[in-house]
Design a protein around this ligand. Structure first.
Ligand code: SF4
Ligand code: FE
Length: 489
């Protein structure tokens, strides 16, 4: 079955025996847990759109490995057009979920490991690429959700992995056996980890001599023995345990991050794609980072579309939409959103082919895209908070709105202009609240800052990718320090 439906995806999660912890308790049925479920719904949408005829071209493609129709989230990008479609699909899903839909990390990791294993084999005469293709076929044929696991907990940031007083601060190989390896460590704030069938583990930084045990890339089922998920909190998460849906804001969808602990997990050789090749750790990190920084030119503008829509709706409800400064601020929000998207599209169209045959986005533009993402969503939130008004943080609860005693006051004093009811205003304010600093905010604020790497990581790449010698030469020529351009012979 190459294309699962949303329902089949949700049902398939029920079969996992994952060890999930939240508020100090083990959750037996994470699928129906009110705090977890919205994040499952967000991924489920990536399965649903694959069956919508109008999005067939965006959400599905033909596998170059199996020849079958597959979900784009399990695909290899075989052209710059595929890279463009990825970003457009991400914008669509950002628009329809208003949050992080989590499935992109695995898709980006798949493409980074595909090309890196090819080049590793070329140099080291290993057989990682063939193994990886076999594993990917299995993923595509079963339309599985993969989490890309990169970020280690890192311990003392000034020390190399092999210098850490506690060797488990970076995921590492603790045993090499005849039938496979045993790994230990933890991956921090892993997106969609609990909701995925498989995890694809990669090193977190460029390794050096001595870090061989830390240069490991492999795949394992999420419910493998020794894997423990400790669910990450989100602002106002306990609102999901209350009665009603208004106070949650974005009630249907949400993001998810968890600490993924790997406590002596066995991985058979056929699932190992890097084992000690320190010289290829940097390649997989850099390629994955570029893919995911390009991805942010899709999801973040999509979420921005919802935020500007909610903000504009509030100005309608308050009957201030025609005011000059309001229109100016809405236009500014749209300008920021389209700039983010333009960057993601530019990084895609300027992509190049790897030796393995799949495509990479332009590294410089992907990093510029993500650098903008560390800033613009904050400005978008500031403008949304400005226009939505102070009620954003002072509205009463849904229980008060429904109260037989005080409900009439809430309805009277929170109603908007014309026929706009208090409930409509409360719902819209709650949605903006959840997107700017509440439940789904992580995917729009702090996640925009640190997801796919913190801003300094992008600055380093921008510095590395910008040809400053050539730029200085341009200036020297025009300044007359070097010979000027000859226009005639
Ligand atoms: Fe996808 Fe964006 Fe979430 Fe990354 S942050 S997994 S690109 S939705
Ligand atoms: Fe992210």
């Amino acid at each position: 079955m190459a294309l699962k439906t949303a329902q089949q995806y949700i049902d398939s999660l029920r079969k996992l025996k994952s060890d999930v912890w939240l508020f100090g308790e083990r959750i037996d049925n994470f699928v129906d847990h009110p705090i977890v479920r919205p994040s499952i719904n967000a991924i489920a949408l990536s399965y649903k759109v694959a069956h919508e005829p109008e999005y067939e071209d965006l959400a599905t493609t033909t596998s170059t490995l199996t020849g079958e129709k597959i979900n784009r989230f399990t695909s290899l990008f075989m052209s710059t057009d595929d890279l463009v479609k990825k970003v457009k699909l991400q914008r669509l899903l950002g628009q329809r979920t208003g949050c992080c839909f989590q499935r992109c990390v695995g898709m980006d990791a798949i493409n980074a490991v595909f090309s890196t294993t090819y080049e590793t084999d070329e140099k080291h005469k290993t057989e990682y690429h063939a193994r990886f293709k076999e594993w990917l076929k299995y993923i595509q044929q079963n339309d599985l959700c993969v989490q890309g696991a990169m970020t280690d907990v890192k311990g003392d940031r000034a020390l190399r992995p092999s210098q850490q007083p506690d060797p488990d601060m970076f995921v590492h190989i603790v045993e090499r056996r005849k039938d496979g390896i045993v790994i230990r460590g933890a991956k921090a704030h892993q997106t969609g980890s609990v909701n995925s069938h498989e995890m694809l583990i990669m090193p977190t930084l460029t390794m050096r001599e001595g870090d061989e045990d830390y240069s490991v890339c492999c795949a394992l089922p999420s419910d493998s023995k020794g894997v423990h998920f400790i669910y990450g909190r989100q602002s106002c998460d306990k609102r999901k345990l209350e009665k009603g849906d208004i106070d949650v804001g974005n009630y249907q969808f949400g993001g998810q991050e968890a600490l993924t602990v790997l406590d002596d997990v066995f991985v058979p050789w056929k699932r190992v794609f890097m084992c000690g090749e320190t010289d290829f750790s940097g390649m997989v990190v850099e390629r994955f980072a570029s893919y995911h920084r390009q991805s942010y030119g899709g999801c973040k503008p999509g979420i921005g579309d919802v935020l500007v829509g909610a903000t504009a709706a509030m100005t309608d409800y308050n009957n201030v939409a025609k005011a000059g400064h309001v229109r100016d601020k809405i236009a500014e929000m749209n300008h920021l959103i389209e700039t983010l998207h333009a960057c993601g599209l530019a990084a895609s169209t300027q992509g190049t082919k790897t030796k393995a045959g799949n495509y990479q986005p332009d590294i410089l533009l992907a990093n510029v895209c993500k650098m903008n993402v560390t800033r613009y969503p904050y400005e978008l939130c500031r403008l949304a908070e400005d226009l939505a008004g102070g009620a954003l943080v002072t509205i009463p609860s849904e229980c008060d709105l429904r109260s037989p005693e005080v409900g009439k006051y809430v309805q009277k004093y929170f109603k908007g202009a014309g026929s706009v009811s208090a409930e409509e205003r409360l719902r819209m304010l709650s949605l903006i609240n959840s997107m700017t600093f509440g439940l789904t905010a992580p995917s729009y604020r702090t996640e925009s800052m640190h997801g796919a790497g913190s801003p300094q990581a992008q600055k380093v790449m921008i510095e590395r990718q910008s040809n400053m010698e050539q730029k200085k030469k341009l200036a020297r020529k025009l300044a007359g320090i070097e010979e000027r351009e000859k226009l005639t012979d």
